[in-house]
Design a protein around this ligand. Sequence first.
Ligand code: MLT
Length: 264
Amino acid sequence: MTSVPIRDGTLHVEVRGRGPVLLLVHGFPLDHTMWRGQLDALATSHTVVAPDLRGFGRSSAVTGLLTMGQIADDLAELLDALDMPDPVWFCGLSMGGYVAWQFWLRHTAKLAGLILCDTRAAADSVEVARGRQLMAQQVVVTGSSLLLPAMSDRLFAPQTKADQPDLVATVEQVILKTSPESIAAAQRGMAERPDMQSQLPQVNVPTLALCGQYDVITPPAEMQDMVARMSRARYVEIADAGHMAPFEQPDAVNQCLREFLAQG
Ligand code: MLT
């Protein structure tokens, strides 16, 4: 793991392999270890870059507000600091997908294509945004364990919970290690993220959208609808997976990624 200084902090990043750059951007409130099934497997053909986003894992702490645009700018700076050649394949899960839209808007020239895992283009409803603000207030009082009951229940497919309890336990440990202030800052940032639905027809890079069959956070129907509004996007459903499809079913996800990236 490498530690890379950026404008006002440090990002920790795992870099493996050689070839075109594949940037793996984790979801909330996790870190780069959610890509453990992809890191080595895809490093045979690509330079795999898997950072801990600001506020998460071993990267610099954050307080107040962490917007999706700030994270996209951090990633562009990180790629430059690592001397990674443009353009890169941006693969983001859930919050990582919210960041992908901002990367597309702000750093278009750096982008070869998108891999959107278990994510959405829509902004939060007023009710969901209010829930995030409330959670941001509560988590700094009660601690990160506040998230555990809802997250462990909703992140995984029923079969994953039954057959791979170690995956659930691993993610719970990551959540518990994440600082409550970072959780609050990212929740505020997600609550104010822009709605990207009207811009979907303009997304003109090759795009692969993956969704776990049993994802209850960003359900298959919503992702299919998103893909239908994009001109160069393809949808693949991952059987027996929930919201954490790359973590739950790495072999199936890696096969899709390999096929997609080989055409790029
Ligand atoms: C994630 O997995 O990143 C979160 O579920 C995103 C969200 O809270 O909308």
